[in-house]
Design a protein around this ligand. Structure first.
Ligand code: G16
Ligand code: MG
Length: 220
């Protein structure tokens, strides 16, 4: 049985990874080095401060900045990122996602957002998605990053659903592990090679229905 669908944000609902990357790359350039798209992959699904550490390490600058300076660098990156986010429109919602959310809700199944981002609320508002979620748990409410299950457990609790009836949609291996540690089934979204631990894989939401999900997930 499926009573609740929990969605990661970046890489599942919208593609904000390129904005995160552009903002980190601009910061790196200011610090005097290039941060490549391949290096940027490692920041996906990772919290802002942990991402900063990845960027600094790529430039050989780890351990160079005090905690206060790191906060300032992260704030600078975030200001740049928000400049991109503030221009987002509903057209940036990934194909099929809005239709799938409507389909899930029409079955009386709850929808929850579970994201590491502190900007999740702004992105949902810009993309017109807020009304399609019963609850939002994001980086402002969570202290332990994925693969810790905290974000998904809080999401399930927010709609009073037991983990066993929740399905998590994730594009990052750490998120699939978090779902499994929460006692939830998972759907690995996108082509990422590291999602083999997911209960099932989904290339795109385009054309995907709740009935197809239930058939695949509840069969096992
Ligand atoms: C997202 C992104 C990460 C980002 C993190 C924190 O996670 O994938 O790249 O570092 O949020 O974002 P912010 O700096 O906006 O708080 P998720 O969980 O939505 O995939
Ligand atoms: Mg993600």
């Amino acid at each position: 049985m499926i009573d609740c669908c929990i969605f990661d944000l970046d890489g599942v609902v919208v593609d904000t990874a390129r904005y995160h990357y552009l903002a980190w790359a601009a910061l790196a350039r200011e610090l005097g080095f290039e941060f490549t798209p391949v290096q940027g992959e490692a920041t996906k699904g990772v919290s802002r401060m942990a991402s900063l550490e990845i960027v600094l390490r790529a430039g050989g600058l780890e351990g160079r900045f005090s905690a206060a300076e790191r906060e300032r660098l992260a704030a600078e990156k975030n200001a740049r990122y928000l400049r991109f986010v503030s221009q987002m429109t509903p057209a940036e919602v990934l194909p099929g996602v809005a239709a799938f959310l409507h389909d899930v809700r029409s079955r009386g199944v709850r929808t929850v957002l579970g994201s590491a981002s502190k900007n999740a609320g702004t992105i949902l508002d810009r993309c017109g998605l807020r009304p399609l979620f019963d609850a939002v748990v994001d980086g402002n409410e969570v202290s332990r990053a994925k693969p810790d299950p905290e974000v998904f457990l809080k999401g399930a609790a927010a709609v009073d659903a037991a983990p066993s009836v929740c399905v998590v949609f994730e594009d990052a291996a750490a998120g699939i592990e978090a779902a499994s540690r929460a006692g939830m089934r998972s759907v690995g979204v996108g082509g990422g090679a590291s999602l083999s631990a997911a209960t099932m894989r989904l290339e795109t939401f385009a054309g995907f229905t709740f009935e197809q999900l239930a058939m695949k997930i509840d069969r096992d």
